[in-house]
Ligand binder design. Sequence first.
Ligand SMILES: Cc1ncc(COP(=O)(O)O)c(C=O)c1O
Length: 370
Amino acid sequence: MTMQYGPSYVRQIAPYIAGKPISEVAREFGLDEARIVKLASNENPLGMPDSAKAAMATAVAELGRYPDSNAFELKEALAKRYEVPAEWITLGNGSNDILELAAHAFVEKGQSIVYAQYSFAVYALATQGLGARAIVTPAVKYGHDLDAMLRSIEPDTRLIFIANPNNPTGTFIEGPALEAFLEKVPKNVVVVLDEAYTEYLPVEKRYDSIAWVRRYSNLLVSRTFSKAYGLAGLRVGFAIAQPELTDLLNRLRQPFNVNTIAQAAAVAALGDRAFLEKSAALNAAGYRRLTEAFDKLGLEYVPSFGNFVLVRVGNDDGAGARVNLALLKAGVIVRPVGNYGLPQWLRVTIGLPEENEAFIAALEQALAVG
Ligand SMILES: Cc1ncc(COP(=O)(O)O)c(C=O)c1O
């Protein structure tokens, strides 16, 4: 008999499905790596900003030593940007690290965590990894139903995860609705507001969640350098919250969870407003192009506020996998979302103009053949 190690709640976790690496697709389908287009992981198609590359090159000289565990410079830069004390900031090895730290810091095994159907997969992972109970509220129009989330709070609920904009659906909750929600959440329940895509929001949709952090001691705002800042491979995310929360995160956090190169690159990227603006403009133009193509093809899509679009590629539950395979054969990697309960849909990251064109051409062909 084979041994079963670990708690049952860990054995029940479905492994996280990441976007396929370019090298793997090249090998599997006999394609030239250079011609493969990867629009699968919501990365910035511009890659890293030059400002960050230069800072990283300098930081290489420091690698014989451990990183600054308290990340003095990066925290100072963030504190200045967001006008909060440095103690209100916690750094993570990507914001995924923050999400998991929050679950472990604020929730005990057996207590419950609330999140929405079709919201980011890591919320389920963090909940299960802890042996906590998930309360998943049904989505409305593929997005969060805040009233249902409020109603679903139970006496043992300790945490609520909200992604705004949401991944993989791209939906957005308007600022006033979120604020009204925060006002009603019991103070013993921590709200993690995951704003991984916030830099892509058009100006008229932006809201000041840091002002809410000052007002609500149970709010933690999570952000990342992986998306608009173009540093996904370096793994830097951060949380802003009042010290009652950040103190606990800091106790649990691995002391060197953000490495020296990542810290230096993040400081440089944070100061590079021009790169952010360029990234957001490229994304907005790409969104227009992709959705125009979907309209032409008669494909339903969910209006998106992130750097990706969820598109329905057929009306049968084999559609997502079928069209995904055809796209892979044509050298285009997107993300099937059957694991989210969306087997008729694919999530495509908005790329460079030529990448978007390659995807559209491959999609047209896949649908014509399929
Ligand atoms: C909603 C959301 N939150 C958090 C993350 C985590 O990003 P990272 O760990 O790279 O900061 C992602 C990445 O896809 C995301 O979509």
